[in-house]
Design a protein around this ligand. Structure first.
Ligand SMILES: *Cc1c(COP(=O)(O)O)cnc(C)c1O
Length: 356
């Protein structure tokens, strides 16, 4: 039976990306060695990093003066590296979920943190609006897509300060005005690659402004200077990222990804709103994520939770159980999710409704 992968992360990747990675793991560029065996300093590997960096810059229209890094440690390590490198006295944070809350916790170790707005009062099911950002902060930290709760900012905010953004789960899903950001980062396992690599885009001249000493490995300048090769980088996940970036490019770039994302989201939210059994957990339409679509059973049908999960599983749906903080269901629709996959889930919801 065909499986439809709705996992939130690690997530679905295009089949050809997996196949091409598999080929290189068996024999890298006809060298007779596996991609998993070669040195990151092998002459054939440098072009992999170079092309991946160039593709990120090309696809997101990254202006001059920015560096692109591939690091280890996940987005979670960035929560600490960001304030280490950018927070001199005071920073502003938007608290829009668990990940943002974790980022705030780390930032507090380095200076004053102003929480400019929070959606915690309604379990993070909306994106705060009409908040004031103080102009004397070093940056405003934003989480553009809240993977657990299914809220998303669909365009870059207009604020009077520089921004830093955790784009773990909507990176490469829409065009971004990179010039508004001093840093954009995320764990690759949501929409870029397999687990094990973290992408970071940094405005070079935003660095070097904090007065503290920074440990070598946690100092972005170390990695910029060495082109992500200060120590051994995660070679295989970087290769997969390259294959996926090539795939995004040949499929029309981020504009095409954004169009597809909207098409998938309209299809699924349309069914959630129509179907008598279900309701979306995010009520404000413009806040609804195109990447992580969260829904629950209406109260009068709440006892059908397990039955729907079993039914959907029997139809090939994978990974639609909601996060424990939200309950219900979550269908993650990253770049490689097909409209056909979403249609299969919609059919499943319709069929289940007819049975009840
Ligand atoms: C998954 C996720 C993280 C954590 O990523 P790791 O790479 O596992 O540290 C951080 N932020 C967001 C928005 C996420 O979805």
């Amino acid at each position: 039976m065909k499986k439809y992968n709705f996992n939130a992360g690690p997530c679905i990747l295009p089949r050809e990306v997996i196949e091409n990675t598999a080929k290189q793991i068996l024999d890298f560029n006809g060298s007779g060695l596996s991609l998993a065996e070669i040195s990151h300093r092998a002459k054939d590997f440098q072009p992999v990093v170079d092309e991946a960096v160039a593709l990120i810059k090309e696809l997101l229209n990254v202006p001059e003066g920015y560096s692109v890094l591939f690091l280890g440690g996940g987005a979670s390590l960035e929560f600490c590296m960001i304030p280490y490198n950018f927070l001199n006295k005071k920073a502003a944070y938007l608290r829009t979920g668990v990940w943002a809350t974790k980022a705030i916790k780390e930032a507090k170790l380095f200076g004053e943190v102003v929480e400019v707005a929070s959606s915690a009062d309604k379990n993070f099911t909306y994106f705060p609006k009409n908040f004031e950002v103080p102009t004397d902060v070093d940056y405003l930290h934003v989480t553009s897509n809240n993977t657990i709760y299914g809220t998303e900012l669909h365009k870059d905010l207009d604020v009077p300060v520089r921004m830093i953004c955790d784009m773990s789960s909507d990176f490469m899903s829409r065009p971004v005005d990179v010039s508004k950001y001093d840093c954009i980062y995320g764990g690759a396992q949501k929409n870029l690659s397999m687990a094990g690599v973290t992408f970071v885009i940094i405005k070079d001249d935003a660095l070097g402004k904090v007065s503290r000493d920074i440990p070598t490995m946690l100092d972005y300048r170390t990695h910029i200077k060495k082109g992500s090769m200060f120590n051994t980088p995660p070679v295989v996940p970087i290769y997969t990222a390259l294959e996926n970036l090539r795939w995004v490019k040949t499929h029309g770039g981020v504009e095409a990804m954004a169009k597809l994302a909207k098409q998938r989201a309209d299809l699924l939210y349309g069914e959630i709103d129509r179907n008598k059994l279900f309701r979306g957990t995010v009520q404000v339409e413009e806040d609804r994520s195109y990447m992580n679509i969260c829904f629950v059973l209406n109260d009068e049908y709440a006892e059908l939770q397990q039955e729907f999960l079993d039914f959907a599983t029997s139809k090939g749906m994978v990974g639609i159980k909601g996060h424990r903080d939200v309950g219900g269901f979550r269908a993650s629709c990253y770049n490689a999710q097909t409209v056909e996959g979403v249609q299969a889930l919609v059919d499943c919801m319709k069929e289940f409704e007819a049975k009840h």
